[in-house]
Write a protein that binds this ligand. Structure first.
Ligand SMILES: Nc1ncnc2c1ncn2[C@@H]1O[C@H](COP(=O)(O)OP(=O)(O)OP(=O)(O)O)[C@@H](O)[C@H]1O
Ligand SMILES: [Mg+2]
Length: 303
């Protein structure tokens, strides 16, 4: 990805829009026949041409706009994530990071733009359930595990899915499924605590259990919103190790404020959001020394 300092386009007035971002994936102008179009409306079913040319795009978001009562939370946002890529998204409070995840998971409908998950699923024409079933798993900031159930039961329940009678499902678990649960328990370091009620696990362990529950669905894309918020330094180190293990097996988008953590897990591209738009994309060193990024973070620590 390259960033050029050029005159701002006429419709953009903020100082940071002086920076034109050229993404390292497609450079073709978007297909006007996909997405919601500039005035919203019914989404079209044809995948964007850029996706046809670049086969390995897992997530394609182009020119997305979202307003809440006239306030532009997402502003012409374009972002591509390749298969098996781990992408960190950073940005000051209110930049639109959680809203971005809401759009991907179908919780928030944009006013305009295109959003595809692989070439098969138009996210803007799909509901939350269909999006989750297609392989997008989301972890919220606050861990949501079943506190009265054990760690093992939480994983079994996640594997069973919502429409299954759990007791029947447990009785019929195949050897392969049991292995998968065992491997996941080991991966999230809860093998020895499998019989402990989730409510009695530490804050970090609850987070890992929730990640384990997402893994039970074999997601192609994992969305993690502030996964290390409130964790101890040791728990953060363990989460770094967990993400290194998951890297390359799933597409992963991580939103996080903890820059040390981001540096520890980041692959070559980190995306900086500011005022609902991509302000910069690039390597961690590049991002942290970028004047517009530093300016956007003024008043917050970008260490
Ligand atoms: N449902 C909503 N209604 C009105 N405004 C909203 C809604 N959701 C988000 N916003 C506003 O949109 C902007 C972006 O919010 P968002 O939660 O996406 O930011 P964020 O980057 O996740 O911030 P943080 O780092 O604090 O979590 C904020 O100004 C927020 O107040
Ligand atoms: Mg947020």
């Amino acid at each position: 990805m390259r960033i050029y300092a050029t005159p701002a386009s006429p419709e953009k007035k903020t100082s940071e829009s002086q920076i034109v971002i050229v993404h390292d994936l497609p450079d073709e102008s978007p297909d006007p026949h996909v997405g919601l179009g500039s005035r919203g409306g019914r989404p079209r079913s044809r995948p964007p041409k850029t996706m046809e040319r670049y086969q390995r795009i897992l997530l394609y978001l182009e020119k997305i706009n979202v307003s809440f009562d006239g306030f532009k939370a997402i502003n012409d946002l374009t972002l591509y994530i390749k298969e098996d890529e781990l992408r960190c998204v950073i940005g000051p409070n209110g930049a639109g990071k959680t809203t971005l995840m809401d759009i991907i998971t179908g919780k928030t409908r944009p006013d305009s733009g295109s959003a595809w998950f692989t070439r098969d699923l138009n996210l803007l024409a799909s509901d939350e359930v269909a999006i989750a079933q297609a392989g997008i798993g989301r972890k919220f900031q606050k861990p949501s595990v079943f506190e009265a159930l054990t760690a093992l039961e939480n994983l079994e329940l996640a594997l069973a899915g919502p429409k299954t009678v759990w007791k029947t499902f447990r009785a019929r678990l195949s050897g392969e499924e049991r292995d998968f649960i065992e491997k996941t328990l080991a991966r999230i370091e809860l093998s020895d605590l499998r019989a402990r009620r989730a409510g009695l696990l530490s804050h970090g362990q609850k987070h890992w259990l929730e990640i384990g529950m997402l893994l039970m669905q074999r997601p192609r894309l994992l969305l993690l919103d502030e996964p290390v918020a409130g964790m101890t330094p040791r728990e953060i180190d363990r989460t770094v190790a967990l993400l290194h293990e998951l890297k390359g097996k799933h597409g992963i988008m991580v939103v996080e404020h903890d820059m040390e953590f981001v540096r520890a897990i980041a692959q070559k591209t980190v995306t900086v959001l500011h005022q609902g738009a991509v302000l910069a994309e690039g390597g961690m060193d590049y991002i942290q020394s970028h004047p517009a990024v530093i300016e956007a973070y003024l008043g917050e620590a970008l260490c």
